[in-house]
Ligand binder design. Structure first.
Ligand code: NAI
Ligand code: MG
Length: 487
């Protein structure tokens, strides 16, 4: 594909951001970040090593211990966060273009979803900065007892490539509001927007060392996890990486929170508003090229409407417009990199060889770039790999079901538990589903509705702890009990 990249953004920063200064890696290494549309190098970015991580942790520690961050008036911290949100808004077009360049997502999605959600998240947590209160506790005896909520300290934040700006905001928001300082590693596939956000934070007036960015691969992330000066790790990505992080973090008993993957059931009963459910099935799976932790990748449809529903979903999948993500009419861009592209194609092959029926798609789109056709499989059974494993691409499996009891059991028969959705006009059925399906988020007659105020996270192997809402603040604060004699 010839990508006439209209309005390609200027790349301003490709170095590490440590202690308020842009610097080369101490090891002198750089790594490529690639444009997934044409597989060409965009630019090389500094690859942080252990010494860089150590410098970043020291800068974060000093900003935390000697201030001004943790000692700053909480309202002033909130004010700086709002300033950052204002700058993100003022630079929305540029940030969206940079995200599209590095990740491949359609510019229309970046502008309408990623950026507004990220800005809202920073503003939401700016409002929390001066509202973290403790309790006064009536204990036995002549004492005055109260709790204080204090920042946990220096936090290591490791994020993936599917929503680089939004994941940065989800991580920075509660950490900054709580008074923590940050060492962040963006994903090696998409480092550019996180670096630009750090530059905007600097412009907003965040003190040096509050936000540090060390770019690199997994081993740079591992150096953050192993560093004894880091108090907490927040990670989003694959559960196998989380397992490694858990082992490394055990050495210093760091606090950890994980937001991992899923194989989310999207369940359509025959009494649902069918057209709304069809639209929700398409959006819930294909949004962001299928690269969503909460993708509705197991679409269960009640037997009596199965055939017509499948037909409608296939027709909708065929209307998706693949192409240059900078074209505002494009609805599906390339997958993020060659690894993801190959993983998805190999799952499509497995689906075919295990006997599922591929009704549309099933191949690469074009000859250049990591594009995969929107793919729909019918007659999928629960034991097939396409119904069990997270594919993280535009591949939808549709499975029939007969009864409510049966579908709740099948929805739960997965080691994941991130999200689930149900489409029905029967309120009793909807609430029973919501109560009995073991997942951190349940959508009723909607899909992928996110809000900075609503907690998000996983049961089972989909994660630990919750992001967003007041819940996320618990991840970044320690409770201290103070007891004073009144005798
Ligand atoms: P990953 O879990 O390897 O990468 C996520 C982040 O962790 C990146 O910044 C990476 O550099 C870092 N990392 C890797 N190894 C590390 C280590 N040992 N210690 C510390 N940090 C480390 O995920 P990857 O390889 O990009 O994608 C593989 C699969 O993971 C995808 O196909 C998808 O199934 C799933 N995934 C899920 C995401 C979600 O939102 N839940 C996001 C990205 C991937
Ligand atoms: Mg990996």
């Amino acid at each position: 594909m010839t990508s006439a990249i209209i309005g390609a953004p200027k790349i301003r920063q490709t170095n590490l951001f440590i202690g308020g200064k842009w610097q080369e890696s101490r090891g002198g290494k750089r790594f490529p970040t690639v444009n997934p549309v044409n597989e060409q190098l965009i630019v090389e970015v500094a690859e942080g090593n252990e010494a860089d991580v150590d410098a970043a942790v020291k800068a974060a520690r000093s900003a935390f211990e000697s201030g001004p961050w943790s000692k700053m008036d909480a309202r002033d911290r909130g004010r700086l966060m709002n300033k950052l949100a204002d700058l993100m808004e003022a630079n929305l077009d540029e940030l969206a273009a940079l995200e599209t360049l590095d990740n491949g997502k359609p510019i229309s999605d970046a502008k309408a979803a990623d950026l507004p959600l990220a800005i809202d998240c920073i503003r939401y947590y700016a409002g929390w900065a001066d509202k973290l209160t403790g309790d006064t506790i009536p204990i036995r005896g002549n004492y005055f007892c109260y709790t204080r909520r204090e920042p946990v300290g220096v936090v290591g934040q490791i994020i993936p490539w599917n929503f680089p700006i939004l994941m940065t905001a989800w991580k920075w928001g509660p950490a900054l509001a709580s008074g923590c300082t940050i060492v962040m590693k963006p994903a090696e596939q998409t480092p550019l927007t996180c670096l630009r956000l750090a530059e905007l934070a600097h412009e907003a007036g965040f003190p040096d060392g509050v936000i540090n960015i060390v770019t690199g691969y997994g081993q740079t992330g591992a150096a953050i996890v192993r560093h004894p000066g880091v108090d907490k790790i927040a990670f989003t990505g694959h559960y196998e990486t989380a397992q490694k992080i858990m082992i490394d973090a055990a050495q210093t008993l760091k606090r950890i929170t994980f937001e991992l993957g899923g194989k989310s059931p999207n369940v359509v009963f025959a009494d649902a508003d069918i057209d709304a459910a069809v639209a929700g099935a398409e959006f819930g799976l294909f949004f962001n090229q299928g690269q969503c932790c909460c993708a509705g990748s197991r679409l269960f449809v009640e037997q009596s409407i199965y055939d017509t529903f499948v037909e409608k979903v296939v027709a909708r999948a065929k209307t998706r417009r693949l192409g240059d993500p900078f074209d505002p009419k494009t609805t599906q861009g390339p997958q993020v990199d060659a690894d993801q592209f190959n993983k998805i194609l190999s799952y499509i092959d497995k689906g075919k060889s295990e006997g599922a029926q591929c009704l549309t798609g099933g191949r690469r789109f074009g000859n250049t770039g990591f594009f995969v056709e929107p793919t729909v499989f019918a007659n999928v059974t629960d034991d097939m790999s396409i119904a069990r494993d997270e594919i993280f691409g535009p591949v939808l499996s549709i499975l029939p079901f007969k009864t409510t009891e049966e579908i709740i059991e099948r929805a739960n028969s997965t080691y994941y538990g991130l999200a689930a959705a149900v489409w029905t006009r029967d309120v009793v059925k909807a609430h029973q589903f919501a109560a009995r399906v073991r997942a951190g988020t349940i959508w009723v007659n909607c899909y992928d509705v996110f809000d900075a105020a609503a907690p998000f996270g996983g049961f089972k192997m989909s994660g630990m702890g919750r992001e967003l809402g007041a819940a996320a603040l618990a991840n970044y604060t320690e409770s201290k009990t103070v007891t004073m004699s009144l005798a």
